[in-house]
Design a protein around this ligand. Structure first.
Ligand code: S3P
Length: 185
């Protein structure tokens, strides 16, 4: 199975808010089409040899975004990959332009209640959410998504994921890629 556009193999980038299922869907998709899978957050953690939460605390967000931008540029040059990006990646530098120039981008669009339900359990490990109480999480996500949506909505394809499980989302995405002739069987 191959992905192509104008006879060129296309990488696939998954974007979306934290908790939208990018990593799980990315792994399932990569395995279905026999592509390599990369998670940008995992690549960053490997590079810094620590957790993103610790890096945010010690070096700050600006240093993190710079590293994220550099590793994004590098990863987009790798062949035959499905790439799962961080929730903030499309928002900084000219990252969204780079993503769209070098891959077929898919926005996994998830509802605020679903994101809140998932993220409330993981809040303490997430530097963007750590400072919030459970009660103000939904309001924060709503505002944050509003600020970010103009970047996310530049994706080549927006997949509204409702509260479907990741396997269903992956199958819908595969159908879309085939239907658009981006995926050749
Ligand atoms: C962030 C999302 C995280 C990670 C970092 C910042 C964000 O990635 O890159 O904590 O700004 O939304 P995931 O979306 O993979 O959790």
């Amino acid at each position: 199975m191959q992905l192509c556009k104008n006879d060129l193999l296309m990488n696939i980038s998954l974007i979306g808010y934290m908790g939208s299922g990018k990593s799980t869907v990315g792994k399932l998709l990569a395995s279905a089409i026999h592509y390599s899978f990369y998670d940008l957050d995992a690549l960053i953690e490997k590079e810094i040899n620590s957790s993103i939460a610790d890096y945010f605390r010690d070096k700050g967000e600006i240093a993190f975004r710079k590293l994220e931008h550099e590793l994004l540029q590098h990863t987009l040059t790798l062949p035959n990959t499905v790439l799962s990006l961080g929730g903030g990646t499309p928002v900084y530098y000219n990252n969204m332009e780079l993503i769209n120039n070098s891959s077929y981008s898919v926005y996994l669009q998830t509802t605020i209640p679903t994101l809140t339900q998932r993220l409330v359990k993981e809040k303490s490990q997430r530097p963007m959410l750590q400072h919030l109480t459970d009660e103000n999480l939904a309001e924060f996500i709503a505002k944050h998504l509003f600020e970010r949506r103009m970047f996310y909505e530049q994706a080549n394809f927006i997949l509204s994921t409702k509260d479907w499980d990741e396997k269903t989302i992956t199958n819908l995405l595969l159908d879309h890629l085939r239907h658009q002739k981006i995926l050749q069987q």
